[in-house]
Design a protein around this ligand. Structure first.
Ligand SMILES: [Zn+2]
Length: 255
């Protein structure tokens, strides 16, 4: 069945198809993630809107049994600030790749769409892209079927204590129950506190979050461990971010 719809969409990626055509993966608000066929892509009027991380209102022909088509578009936002900075762009690309990996094709998920759009908009506004990425990574865990408890001790259910994280129990331990897992993560309680905050953070509160470099590094490490342990995906975009860390300090302009 082919159906015409109008929907917001975020371009995830495109790739060449045959000699002159392209396949474009778009995460649409109303119809999930789908593959669109663009004939003679280079000369097409669609060429500016099939680039990764473009957000636009699309008029689409959705085909449930095969490739879909882009009929028209308006209100294009191409995230100029994100695209003009290698670091921000790498993190934005990774966040989009995570959304892609967490979602089956053709599955309607307007909440995830809104979350991705908002995250990109906040990166565009210049909010800390590393923190935004961490929040995205923590909140999207549920899409991978992972549910972790950063809020209350797995044993006594008390809250608000200097917790540590246990990979064995998929949750936190209070000081009285640290000994339940001799391989507990030995994280600074502030790191666990932030993971808990990130799981429930409201976007309005984000502008206030500012973290020092050591905390950010500790968060990066534990979130990598969490993804290794519970999710097990290895995205190219993430490897690129990891390599940025190595030569990033050379590239970054002195402040
Ligand atoms: Zn306890």
């Amino acid at each position: 069945m082919i159906e015409s719809i109008s929907s917001k969409g975020i371009v995830l990626y495109n790739r060449n198809f045959r000699e002159h055509d392209k396949l474009v993966k778009i995460f649409t608000e109303k119809s999930g993630k789908r593959m669109f066929f663009v004939k003679h892509a280079t000369n097409s009027k669609l060429s500016p809107v099939i680039q990764p991380l473009v957000l636009a209102d699309f008029l689409l022909k959705i085909n449930d049994d095969g490739l879909s088509y882009i009929e028209d578009y308006h209100d294009v936002s191409s995230f100029q600030a994100i695209n003009s900075d290698l670091f921000t762009m790498s993190y934005a690309t990774y966040v989009a790749a995570l959304a892609d990996a967490s979602l089956e094709d053709n599955r309607y998920d307007p909440a995830l769409f809104a979350f991705l759009q908002k995250t990109l908009e906040l990166m565009e506004q210049g909010l800390d892209y590393e923190v935004l990425t961490n929040i995205f990574e923590i909140q999207i865990l549920s899409r991978f079927g992972v549910s972790l408890n950063f809020h209350e001790c797995c044993f006594c259910h008390r809250v608000g204590l200097p917790f540590d994280f246990s990979f064995r129990f998929g949750g936190v331990l209070c000081p009285e129950h640290y000994q339940e897992d001799s391989y507990r993560a030995c994280l600074h309680p502030n790191v666990v506190f932030l993971l808990d905050q990130f799981q429930a953070v409201e976007f309005q509160e984000l502008e206030k979050i500012s973290l020092n470099p050591e905390l950010k590094k500790a968060l990066r490490m534990v979130i990598d461990q969490i993804y290794e342990e519970y999710v097990g995906i290895h995205l190219k975009a993430k490897k690129f971010i990891d390599s940025l860390g190595d030569w990033g300090s050379i590239l970054k302009e002195p402040e």
